[in-house]
Design a protein around this ligand. Sequence first.
Ligand code: UD1
Length: 350
Amino acid sequence: MKIATILGTRPEIIKLSPLIPLLEKQFTHILIHTGQHYDYEMDKVFFEELKLKEPNYKLNVGSHPQGKQTGIMLEKIESVLLKEKPNLVIVQGDTNSTLAGALAASKLGIKILHVESGCRSFNREMPEEINRVLTDAISSYLIAPDEQAVENLKKENVHGKIINLGSTAFDAALRIKIFVDSTPMKEEYVLLTLHRAENTTPEQLRSILGSLNELAKEIPIIFPIHPRTQKIVTDHNINISNIKSIPPTSYLKFISLLAHSKFCVTDSGGIQEEALVFNIPCLIPRNETEWMRLVDAGKNFLIGTEPKKIKNAILDLWSNEDKLQFIKEIQVDYPRNVSKNIIDMITGES
Ligand code: UD1
């Protein structure tokens, strides 16, 4: 059996990192990198740190408007698939690389396995939501991370086979956990990340960061900046002088920062799951999340996108030790060996 895995962005590299070596062992496997992310610290550093093989194909698509980026990927991926003729294509998550990979495979009649299937924000203004819905509609094997995702897929009457195996983000975080230095940090801090389209319009970003820059006079905030966010901060002269901003970090460095933080504030999806592995509460500056299980459990909190509310939510949790302890004592389980179970599922089907 020949399998092609298609990826292109930082979260796909991380969440597929436990699966790729297993695919390599078991099958004839080719890795296709679209090049959606291309900076060293958004791409190569993860291949090095997570000891992944070099992609067999680097498509070097780069940054473009949404449609153009997806279109170029579609064309280039199709050529590779025509040449390699895999029996199965694996895609992960909800990026433009995910959709382009799935679409190229479906047009050639190649079966698609979608990892992290069925997640929904129910916000159709997010490009990711459209990517998820469309990818799920054309996938043959839908690997759902939880029961909620299964329910979402059933409601959409998808054609493929729905299999609830859990999220590979947990495998990835557990793999790196042993390398995290357990020495406590000298100073307490909040870890911040912001990159979603809805939070990075120049007006919204100025407003949120303006508010957090004030707060950072009292509360140490560490902020690894995504290139999209950095570009807007620079182009629009947004003052973040009190916030400790740093370039995007490697996975181990980020996980170490997360594990030692008092809590984190993030609009990323993957970090909401990683935070659970290290029992770090998450404040989510969004109105909805695909990971409602963790919000319902009382571990993570949707705090909206209004700057004042974000600031107050941070201040409240920072100064309320009892509340923080209460959240930390809530037990939420998560599945293990998800990647291995995906391999077993593929073997069983072939
Ligand atoms: C993409 C995904 C998003 C995911 C995120 C993780 C889509 C629609 N969105 O968003 O779901 O959460 O990746 O990071 O696919 N840039 C660089 N260097 C890079 C990559 C990007 O400078 O290596 C800059 C470019 O200016 C680019 C901008 O960041 O225009 C946005 O990058 P893009 O890949 O289009 O989307 P992300 O915001 O990263």
